[in-house]
Structures are given as structure tokens and as C-alpha cells.
Design a protein around this ligand. Structure first.
Ligand SMILES: Cc1ncc(COP(=O)(O)O)c(C=O)c1O
Length: 397
């Protein structure tokens, strides 16, 4: 297990118009949209007092997104809201009127031209898009990068999507899906990352994730002192960090962004003080984090509000999965998948690895700290989860 690398954020704040993407009133609108879905339920915010004692902080809370919409991951929140927003704009309707009942009504079917939603995914986002499209009687096409597991592809196919695993990395799979959407007169790209000229839908996806922050804020009596957010392209981290920055301003918690060491594009961008992509295979079990190009919208939020960027290796993630999967007596079990656990893995390393003493001090992580994590997925690949957690194997890709 390698000591995680880290860098403080010394970038100048951005003056991007996207900084207030996650404003409070926006979150309310997003949550209202999600609440119209019959399968909507608030996910648990689990307190782990024994773990907090063991690791030396006052409070640990983990938002368990494995309970989200029966899909075992948070991603559907973004895909569903973005599709809802796209439809609202297309039909010239206020988003408030675009409810689940409307989207599944005859009135909708008769007025909305059949659409195919395209996307690329490591698994979770594509499943969310395919699920939402399927619920609304629309088609979806999903492209997956090399290394994607068949189990995750099959779960997407069960949502009536056309799904393929391609011989290319995630960022190239995004380009492929985009090109195909452009060549389809009824095609719309629903990607969870932004680039210059493609910003609306990814911004709505980030806002869609805002339901997580909104639910957390409702459940907490006092704000956390620290938030650890895992990142692939950074949409999720930008959403969570952006929402807490908007709500608490200067009094916001300390924010730590955590990536997989094979896909350290945000860490490198912070270190190099300019956006730096990672190319190549990006072999990591943290499939959801295997993205080498930052979301251009989210990057503006992250460079402004993040305190420290970190990277963890696969073994650190595996150790953290085991720690949450076999809880201390009295604590609740959290089934957290390879990507879902990364934020907690970085924190676990800081609190237990003497080589990270300086970082622990810099972040003021101590017995007073109240630390928030989001376990963004459960065992989205149950066989691999079993190997890692119950059979104690270390996976080499
Ligand atoms: C479980 C899980 N956690 C975190 C992330 C990271 O999200 P983002 O790519 O928005 O940084 C992903 C992305 O697919 C994911 O699947």
C-alpha cells in the first residue's frame, strides 16, 4: 500500500460564472424533481462512532448511496435530472411541471419526438442514463471503455440499452459516443463531463447530484469540518464541494478531492497550476475514477474551493473497503465499492500512516473533527467485491 500523494491547492480562485452552479435554491429545485419519482427515498447518512474513536476524530458520517433508486450508485441522480431538464427545455415547459407522472404520461409520449440518449461510462453513469431513458420509453446507446466488467455491461443491457465494451480508454469512449450522437438526427449526448462547447447537460448532471448535498444538510445539526470527495472527471466532487461552499461561504468545511493514482488529472492540474490530462490505460480497480480529463465546468469550482488534492492506490481502496465492510461492534456495515470508497480510503491513510503527519496537521484533522464522506456506490460488481472483502484478495489488473 503506497502512501497517498497530495498537494495543497495554491491556485487562484476562478471567476467563472459556474461557481454558483450549486446554489441552495437550485438544489431545492433538483430535489423536488427527484422527489416526484416513486422510487425516490432519502439515502441513509450513517454515523460510525466506533470508527471515529478508532481513527481519532469526533464524528464520521457516510452517506450511503448504494440505496439510491435501487441502482446501487448515486449516478442516476445526474442522468435523470439532465434528461428531465433537456425535455423541459425542448417542450418549453418549466422544470417544475416536468414530473415523473408527466414524463410517463400519454401527453408526453404524444408530444415528444422519440430520442436516443448516448453516453460513455465505466458503468454507473451509463446505467443511470439507460434506466432513466427506459423509464421514459426512450432509447439509449452506451459505450464502455476497455477494462469494463461484463457484469456492469449486462446491468446496463437489462435497461434496454444498446451497450458495447470498446477497445479504448474512457475519454476516447466519450468522444466515440459524442460522434455517434452527432450523426444520429434523434441523438442527444448525456455525458457526465463537460468540455468547451458542451456545458449545459453536464452542468445539469452536476446539479442533479445536488440532491445528495441537500439531503445531507437536512440531516446534519452542524456542518462537517472536513469533506472528502472522490473524483474521476470531478463532476461529483464539484457538485458536493460547490454545494457546501455556496451554503457556508468562508465558514465552509475543509475540502479534500481524492483520485485514483492511475488517473490523477485533477491532482496534476493543481500541482502544475494548469489543466493537465492523463492518457493511456489508467488501470485501476476504481473504474469510476479512471478518467484522465477534468470536467471543464467542475474544475472551476474545484480549483476555487478545494484545499487539498490527493491520490490513492488500489490497495488503499481495498483496505478501506474491508474496514467499512467488517465494521467495529456497534457500528453499521457499509458496503462500499472500489470507486465509492476512495474518499474514505484517503482519510484512513491520513489517520494511520505516519508519513502523512504533515498533511494531518495541515488539515487540522484531530479529535474535534467531524468528517463527511459519500460512499458513491455499493458492490456494483459483486464478484469483485467478494474477492476483495470476503476472500481478502488484492486485485492486479
Ligand atoms: C461510484 C463512483 N464514484 C465516483 C465517481 C466519480 O465521479 P466523477 O466522474 O463525476 O468525478 C464515479 C464516476 O463514474 C463513480 O461511478
Amino acid at each position: 500500500m503506497a502512501t497517498p500523494k497530495w498537494t495543497p491547492n495554491t491556485l487562484d480562485p476562478s471567476n467563472s460564472p459556474y461557481l454558483d452552479l450549486m446554489a441552495e435554491e437550485q438544489m431545492k429545485q433538483v430535489r423536488n424533481f427527484h422527489q416526484t419519482f416513486p422510487m425516490y427515498e432519502k439515502t441513509p447518512l450513517v454515523q460510525l462512532p466506533k470508527m471515529a474513536e478508532r481513527l481519532g476524530v469526533a464524528d464520521i458520517r457516510i452517506k450511503d448511496e448504494s440505496y439510491r433508486f435501487g441502482l446501487n450508485a448515486f449516478k442516476v441522480l445526474g442522468g435523470a435530472y439532465a434528461i428531465g431538464h433537456y425535455i423541459a427545455d425542448h417542450l418549453n415547459k418549466p422544470i417544475e411541471e416536468v414530473t415523473y407522472d408527466f414524463l410517463t404520461s400519454d401527453e408526453f409520449k404524444n408530444n415528444f419526438e422519440a430520442t436516443t440518449f448516448y453516453t460513455a461510462t465505466d458503468g454507473n453513469h451509463g446505467r443511470g442514463v439507460a434506466w432513466a431513458a427506459n423509464q421514459l420509453g426512450q432509447r439509449s446507446v452506451v459505450r464502455m471503455p476497455w477494462g469494463s466488467t461484463q457484469y456492469r455491461a449486462d446491468a446496463i443491457a437489462r435497461e434496454n440499452a444498446e451497450v458495447t465494451i470498446e477497445d479504448m480508454n474512457y475519454d476516447d469512449a466519450v468522444r466515440l459516443a459524442y460522434e455517434q450522437s452527432q450523426n444520429d438526427p434523434n441523438g442527444v449526448m448525456v455525458q457526465d463531463t463537460a468540455w468547451e462547447g458542451y456545458e449545459d447537460i453536464p452542468s445539469w448532471i452536476m446539479q442533479g447530484y445536488g440532491t445528495i448535498a441537500d439531503e445531507v444538510m437536512e440531516d446534519l445539526d452542524q456542518p462537517p469540518t472536513h469533506i472528502f470527495a472522490q473524483a474521476g472527471v470531478g463532476s461529483f466532487a464539484g457538485s458536493l464541494i460547490g454545494a457546501f461552499a455556496m451554503k457556508y461561504g468562508e465558514d465552509r468545511p475543509k475540502m479534500i478531492v481524492v483520485e485514483a493514482d492511475q488517473a490523477e488529472c485533477l491532482y496534476l492540474s493543481a500541482k502544475n497550476k494548469q489543466v493537465t490530462n492523463v492518457d493511456g490505460e489508467m488501470k485501476t480497480i476504481m473504474a469510476g475514477l479512471a478518467c484522465g480529463e477534468p470536467n471543464s465546468v467542475s474544475w472551476e469550482i474545484l480549483r476555487t474551493f478545494t484545499d487539498v488534492f490527493m491520490v490513492v492506490d488500489d490497495e488503499t481502496a481495498e483496505a478501506a473497503m474491508r474496514l467499512l465492510g467488517a465494521p467495529l461492534k456497534g457500528d453499521r456495515q457499509i458496503i462500499s465499492g472500489e470507486s465509492g470508497v476512495a474518499g474514505f480510503a484517503a482519510f484512513m491513510a491520513i489517520m494511520t500512516d505516519p508519513a502523512l503527519k504533515d498533511l494531518k496537521e495541515l488539515l487540522d484533522l484531530n479529535e474535534q473533527s467531524r468528517v463527511l464522506f459519500v460512499s458513491t456506490e455499493g458492490d456494483t460488481d459483486p464478484e469483485r467485491y467478494d474477492e476483495i472483502v470476503r476472500q481478502g484478495k488484492s486485485i492486479t489488473l
